[in-house]
Design a protein around this ligand. Sequence first.
Ligand code: GDP
Length: 595
Amino acid sequence: MSDQTNKRLELPAMITVRELAQKLNVSAINIIRKLMENGMMVTINQSIDFDTAAIVASEMGYEAIPEKVAEEEEKETGELPLWRKLIAQEDPNSLIPRPPVVTILGHVDHGKTTLLDAIRNTNVAAGEVGGITQHIGAYQVELKGRQITFLDTPGHAAFTAMRARGAQGADIVVLVVAADDGVMPQTKEAIAHARAARVPIIVALNKIDKPNANPDRVKQQLSENGLVPDEWGGNTFIVPVSAKQRQGIEDLLETILLVADNSEIRANPKGKVIGTVIEAELDKSKGPVATLLVQNGTLKVGDVVVAGLAYGRLRAMFDFRGRPVQKAGPSVPVSVMGLNDLPRAGDIFQVLASEKEARQVVLERQEAAKQQAVAQKKMTLEELFSRFKAGETKELNLILKVDVQGSLEPILNEINRIPTGEIKINVLYAETGNVSENDVMLASASRAIIVGFNVQADATARRLAETEGVSIRLYEIIYRLTEDLEKALKGMLEPEQVEKIIGRANVLAVFNISKGGKVAGCRVVQGEVRRNAKARLLRNGEVVYEGDIASLKHEKEDVREMREGFECGIGLRNFNDIQVGDVIECYLLEKMTKD
Ligand code: GDP
């Protein structure tokens, strides 16, 4: 009995009798009986609180502990990206400092690109190869003999993609805030991203050269957003810079190293190889080319790599200067050739023992991905149908196909920025690859248009699109794409009505009809008069009446239309003040698309 009382059982704050019975591995009747003995009447589906459940559990020989504690412990490590977990498993003695990996975030136009260029140009050791630095999505700079790795896909795209897949490539976020503009929506977004990823933030207070720069105001705003400046007793370093005039760059780099020194940025260069895909694209002559950021271990030419759904033996590796390299240690970005497919930005890569093993891993992943995709698509379709049946939604449904993963987010961001007025743009799904038959079927079912960026439409897809009346639009420039979408939206706006005059008739006589009504005896002098058209009555050039034609007769016969030169009787709806000499103008309201 005594060892039984030591059995620990995690229980939540509330638990149903049934669940508790399962956990204790006894019949629910037993539990209900125990509770009854303690004066509680419960049913099998009723929930009881932790304290009550703990009493029952203890009577069954268990010591109950609150589940929350266990859960929280798990959370701490659960959110860690794979590579961090792996490093945590390394022998602490084997870990040595590695260069910090930095990503630059901030509101649009606050100077991210300019800052990245300034850092690259001032601190990449020049003249080493005399070559052009390549844009591979990351580069390294040196300050006082120490390296810093910058991810140079500005904006949140890469960072978000990485975080979404738990990769969290960066060790430090440099948040660019323009001193003349202050904290803006994307600044806040970036702060949230960095917090969620538990990555320290350094603020680059940019554009301090501008006459209207107001650093104190920005610091105030930053404090309000939880980034209290170091000089005000907080723990956020705020470094004034001018990316344009290349001022303060070295201070910024020094601050990065300072923060890095306090952030346990370590890895085992001899350990298991793992890292993150920074970007990947299909090169016409080289095939899939991916930029990999090594985070632990040392990647070598000839290694077999699995990255997301791609794998292969590395044929060649290049550093950001385009120089071939044989190996890359922790925090070093390299552009690699040899993968059989394009991995996605943010995918984790690992080195496996053989291509056979790699193929097996990828096959399993593909299977899992397929099942997930099927489940997702079914859902989407059902959703679509129900929306359409409801019929009251005004939406422009889009299917977006792009060349590489890295294009997705910028395009989606642009699309979100389109002023849509009363119409909602609904991206059904967005993925990489050519426009396929499947996309067309979905588009047809959901009355969506397919928008492609730097992709082609398969011949079968095009044929199907023609028969199904699905529009496929392919673009190579994002701006054109969004411009066209704006136009498409206008086409969908409630059409404006334009008036089209179809005929005129002169009133020659006025007849009284039954119930006090009046009919104009007319001659059609121009075009035609139609029974179901609109009409206005003009007297001396002034409009006396606007409305509908109520009746149109020719020699006592109801007619639908009367052409020029003929005589007819015209009755106007709810209007009897007709006089000889009036002119009846007959017109249609036609729908016109806004331009
Ligand atoms: P991003 O959208 O954050 O990448 O911003 P950009 O780097 O494209 O910069 C937006 C604009 O701000 C450009 O016209 C830059 O020339 C300008 N800019 C960037 N940094 C500075 C700076 O330090 N001072 C001034 N005066 N202008 C800057």
